[in-house]
Write a protein that binds this ligand. Structure first.
Ligand SMILES: O=C[C@H](O)COP(=O)(O)O
Length: 220
């Protein structure tokens, strides 16, 4: 069916042992459905997850820098070296400058990493698409973590983003995110022309993440 990227953010429920448990749930449910389900845990949990689980792992952020004298930063090559699939770029909780987004997309292209550029409206979606990433993920910031699904609350922003991307660069795939948690939200996102969803709290903070993910993919 579609693509589901689960961002663990810095949620306590998605850190440490819980991150590994959640990654195992994702692996198990992935094997039962046609949907592509990937995860973006925090950097500290990645190595253990990648040793234990066969699921594509993305970073939540990467810095637009070369190796060198930087402190507390992540260089794109480091993601490749530890075996990540790609990264979220310019998440609304970790914005980058346009020139930095361009730098990271270009680096990723050369490294064979997958770029998912987050955007907040139709205009920034079109701007991001012009840079040629693999994906843009349209996420109205006011709906993030709200439990109100963008695909139902603001279908126009999703539809218009898909249209804008088609005009600018039809090779770029579109995801949408913010408030997605139910199967219906996901299906609606696909019906609006996206390839899938980027989500976090609906799964990571769910009382029963396994049930929540099963519901999302339509197994419940
Ligand atoms: O990266 C994920 C998005 O910010 C959506 O978050 P949310 O599913 O908690 O609304």
């Amino acid at each position: 069916m579609g693509i589901i990227v689960i961002n663990f953010k810095a949620y306590k429920e998605g850190s440490g042992k819980k991150a590994l448990e959640l990654a195992k749930i994702v692996e198990e449910i992935s094997s039962k459905v046609d949907d592509y389900i990937a995860i973006a845990p925090n950097f500290l949990d990645m190595s253990e997850i990648m040793k234990a689980v066969d699921v594509d792992v993305y970073a939540q952020h990467v810095d637009a820098i070369e190796y060198g004298s930087h402190t507390g930063r992540i260089v794109p090559e480091m993601l490749k070296d530890i075996g990540l699939k790609g990264s979220l770029i310019n998440h609304s909780e970790r914005r980058l400058k346009l020139a930095d987004i361009d730098f990271v997309i270009e680096k990723f292209r050369n490294l064979g990493l997958t770029s998912i550029v987050c955007t907040n409206n139709v205009a920034t979606t079109a701007a991001a698409a012009a840079l040629g990433p693999d994906f843009v993920a349209i996420e109205p910031p006011e709906l993030i973590g709200s439990g109100i699904p963008v695909s139902k609350a603001d279908p126009e922003i999703v539809r218009n983003s898909v249209e804008a991307v088609k005009k600018v660069n039809s090779n770029v795939k579109v995801l949408c995110g913010a408030g997605i948690s139910k199967h219906e939200d996901y299906v609606t996102a696909l019906d609006l022309g996206t390839e899938g969803v980027l989500l976090a709290s609906g799964i990571v903070k769910a009382k029963d993440p396994r049930f929540a993910l099963e519901e999302l993919v339509g197994l419940k």
